[in-house]
Design a protein around this ligand. Sequence first.
Ligand SMILES: Cc1ncc(COP(=O)(O)O)c(C=O)c1O
Length: 451
Amino acid sequence: MKDSNFLKEHNAKSLWHPMAHPGDSLANPPAIITSAQGVKITDIDGHEVVDAVGGLWNVNLGFSCQPVKDAIAAQLDVLPYYSTFRGTTNDQVIQLAEELRKFFAPDGLTRAFFTSGGSDSVESALRLARQYHKIRGEEGRTKFLSLKKGYHGTHMGGASVNGNANFRTQYEPLLPGCFHIPAPYTYRNPFNETDPERLARLCLQALEDEIAFQGAGTIAAFIMEPVLGAGGVIPPHASFMPGVREICSRNGILLIADEVIAAFGRTGSWSGSRHWGVQPDMMATAKAITNGYFPFGAVMIADHMTETFEKDTSGKAAIGHGYTYSGHPVGAAAALACLQETLRLNVTENAAARGTQIHQGLLALQQKYELIGDVRGGHGLMCALELVSDRTTKAAVDKKTIGKLQEAAYDAGAMVRVSGPNIILSPPLVLSEAEASTILSALDAGFAAVS
Ligand SMILES: Cc1ncc(COP(=O)(O)O)c(C=O)c1O
């Protein structure tokens, strides 16, 4: 192991960081995290803080989840890799699929297609949606609809349904045939509507309008996050996702729930779709499926879709898609242990309670600091603050202020995530009451430093 001087001197020198400007990473080298315990991370200087980011929305059970670590180590000894492409499988992935089938039964999802992460899961779901319609003789259904502000990963398909210019502009042209409707985002929307229920109705009308314009028979699927995550934690009104479900069903359009963040408890329910009382046609999962310890994901597929694929005799249902690491035995072993531990700890309860605590704490901070334009949360452990330099004009706060705030919060005991004008909180679901308070007091110190 090289010493800390070497690491600091070479930080960001020979690698480009995802979601960062390479020049900025050189000018402001990233924090070097060297260890973690429980819900806390420690940097190269020995500074320990509560990780309010939860890795990257994925370390739901914290950094000391021994059963997952043991499962990975044991599996590496027995079978470190084998392919699940046609003709071979492994013992772990068979068991995992059975467990996932039980876990997602209330969502109506009974088959798994395994992937190496969230972007892979999204890509797989988009492709399977087109294939589903082709098998059924509706070849014209190829388009995708999605929400502005949505985040669906970085593959070309996922980026094409993404609803944030930051992840699109430099990579255009993206996939043709992808169209976006306004998000149920009360703080800023084209309807100037602040009432969540009325806004949900307007967005649903926009969806109907877009379907009528495109022609329902040209649309394969609508993809949405149950609570918009990376776009700034935007929970819709409770009527929104059920409304989307109804419109999709009425128009023969598949509904893909992108639950790369939401699945496995983050919203305070076992899935985001269940949170809103909706059964999607497919669900993209990843992240917390292995507690972030192994890159892995699964697309879950609705029972009603299975006959179309499994009983096909035309050959069109052969899946010409998959990853070398689909169904990786080490990932599957990690996921099996993780699922068992997630259920044993019943993390939804704590996610809901700590989520409420943090959301209430953020609302109190808004009373104190003018910089906080909007507070969003109230659905488990995903919250955001949108910062503005002026509450009346809602002009975004400058990058320097938000950077300074983040640094002060870090010094005061919490790692928080900055994304554009938003501070995003997505801590592990095993967070204690005292640790949630630490996040709030660290943020308080952060705001005090820039106010
Ligand atoms: C909703 C959603 N979908 C897809 C992805 C992409 O997942 P990954 O980064 O594992 O490819 C993410 C990542 O944050 C996500 O939040």
